[in-house]
Design a binder for this molecule. Sequence first.
Ligand code: NAP
Length: 285
Amino acid sequence: MNILIAGGGGQLGRELERLLEEKEPSFCGGGGVFALGRRELDICDRAAVLSFCRENKIGAVFNCAAYTDVNAAESQEEAAYAVNALGAENLALAMEEARGILVHVSTDYVFDGKKTSPYTESDPCAPLGAYGRTKLAGERLVLSALPSAAVLRTAWLYGREGKNFVNTVLRVAGEKGEMRVVSDQFGTPTFTQDLARHMLTAAREGLSGIFHATCKGSCSWFDLACETVRLAGLKARILPCTTEEYPTPAARPKNSVLENARLSALGLDAFRPWEEALRARFSLL
Ligand SMILES: NC(=O)c1ccc[n+]([C@@H]2O[C@H](COP(=O)([O-])OP(=O)(O)OC[C@H]3O[C@@H](n4cnc5c(N)ncnc54)[C@H](OP(=O)(O)O)[C@@H]3O)[C@@H](O)[C@H]2O)c1
């Protein structure tokens, strides 16, 4: 089976490609892996997606492509919708035609954060901003075009490389020696390595529908910044602040902790506690 990783240049795409090459070469059963960035395959181009999948006999697609700039999406909702909703649908249509597998990735930002306990897959969605709205539309279009697709909702994603909160803390705290971070938004930091493994599990097990897929436990952005600085051995001061003191173009949920209820019920939840995964990020395990 040939595999397509869409958005192969992003932090999750690169991690998944590495996992398939280094640890799971047998996953493709002798087939090839095409990890393609936007310049090689724009998922918004339906004709290009369909013909690429046809010509290369793609039997499984892992969609790591997305418009991920949460703040910019507020003023660029159409552009975000083109990738997060219509682009995702194009991949689903290609796998519908090929009778193939699609593992798509969505977000905790489909929730409004008003719940005071972790969100399960059956909780109603009510995104606060354009990014969450376009990702929710993507989930719906994907499952309507290909009901057998697996949609993994993750949160606060970071890899060793790429643009993410952990790397921002390392850069800003390292350069300035001090950083203000919001302490009243709670979620679960999730390492790309852990999510990539579960994307393969979803494909192997033939999972379909929506699954929450984050590391275990929860913390605030402030807690995550403090732990990052500690593990990196940086002598920087992390100062807590409130959401009101740190306004951003996009509103973010106060609580976006997810419970991996469906994966757990199937005995497939192998995510680590977030602190352990973060230590692994720093190669301390
Ligand atoms: N990052 C988080 O905290 C977070 C949280 C929850 C869920 N997620 C979800 O997790 C998934 C992976 O995110 P990530 O953090 O790995 O994002 P990322 O590092 O920003 O990677 C996304 C990739 O998608 C590519 N892309 C954008 N538009 C495209 C298009 N039209 N065609 C093909 N590729 C395109 C981007 O290429 P360019 O760089 O060239 O634009 C980028 O390489 C996404 O579905 C995201 O919504 C992320």
